[in-house]
Design a protein around this ligand. Structure first.
Ligand code: NDP
Length: 279
């Protein structure tokens, strides 16, 4: 049976992952059959089982399914376990092995492509969903300073802080605390709020003199937050396109044993997105 790969999400039609993995396949000479499969949370387990029975051996998982993917894995990498969320599934016999490449992808994009020194940055993470869970452990490992997690639903920021297990360094806080939380050196928007047309209300007082703002979203979905950051005086402003390409390259390496080169794929997507955003 030929091998199939896919990204599962809901919605997923917008996903750039099929285009990225096809480009990596072309570059490395590895034939890649990679589809986008829409699965509502209640149907995910069934859809994944069906995929496996048709020769599915590897999958990416995007919102809102990363925590569900974590729960169905038979074994996990250490970084997926710490995140409590899975973005990459590898078929292992009759079972699924789970990994999370989001955090490594973000750190690689920020430090290598954008030359940001993350060390000792007082960091604000907005959101506590699957993406926030994926990036938080990698940011801590990259040497950021204290990490403050603020989410619309407070229980989820509390749960993420508990899972990270560094009480002296990781602090869950409430949205209403933002005006009294002081200045940050790094602010990361890991919410999907802009998909519904808005971003959380943010006071300008949270922006420190060397503050970098990062939106894990990209293209039109990142415009609101990054425009706010620029207008409020942020020094560096980065969207999530590079993270998307880097996490995909890490997934590709897990499945095919070869790490593709990412700059050409990033540049071509950037050109396409600039065109979309300015159109
Ligand atoms: P989830 O559905 O798991 O989590 C969504 C998060 O956004 C939650 O923290 C949720 O808060 C918050 N949120 C949603 N709507 C609002 C709102 N109106 N106001 C305030 N907070 C809100 O999604 P993911 O974590 O998987 O993804 C988050 C975003 O990151 C997505 O838009 C996704 O596309 C992007 N992403 C980008 C990646 C990349 O490679 N560049 C990789 C992964 C994700 P609550 O808990 O209260 O519901």
């Amino acid at each position: 049976m030929s091998k199939h790969y896919a990204v599962f999400g809901h919605p997923v039609a917008h996903s750039l992952s099929p285009r990225i993995h096809t480009a990596f396949g072309r570059q490395t000479g590895i034939p890649v059959d990679y589809a986008a499969i829409d699965a509502e949370p209640g149907q995910f387990v069934h859809a994944l089982g069906d995929f496996a029975s048709r020769g599915g051996v590897g999958a990416n998982v995007t919102l809102p399914l990363k925590q569900a993917a974590f729960s169905l894995c038979d074994d996990l990498t250490e970084r997926a376990r710490r995140a409590g969320a899975v973005n990459t599934l590898v078929r292992n016999g009759d079972t699924w092995h789970g990994d999370n490449t989001d955090g490594a992808g973000l750190v690689r994009d920020l430090t290598d492509r954008h030359a940001l020194d993350l060390r000792a940055r007082r960091t604000l993470l907005l959101g506590a969903g699957g993406a926030a869970r994926g990036v938080a452990p990698a940011l801590l490992d990259a040497g950021i300073g204290d990490l403050y997690i603020v989410n619309r639903t407070a229980q989820r920021s509390d749960a993420l802080a508990d899972a990270l297990g560094e009480p002296g360094r990781v602090h869950p806080r409430y949205l209403q605390d933002l005006p009294s939380m002081g200045e940050f050196d790094l602010i990361i928007n890991a919410t999907s709020a802009a998909r519904d047309g808005g971003i959380p209300s943010l006071p300008r007082s949270i922006i420190g003199p060397r503050c970098a703002a990062v939106d894990l979203n990209y293209g039109e979905v990142a415009i609101l937050f990054l425009a706010w950051a620029r207008a409020s005086g942020c020094h560096d402003v980065v969207d999530g396109l590079g993270m998307l390409v880097e996490q995909a390259a890490a997934s590709f390496a897990l499945w095919h044993g070869v790490r593709p080169e990412t700059d050409a794929v990033y540049d071509s997507l950037l050109a396409r997105h600039d065109a979309l955003v300015t159109a």
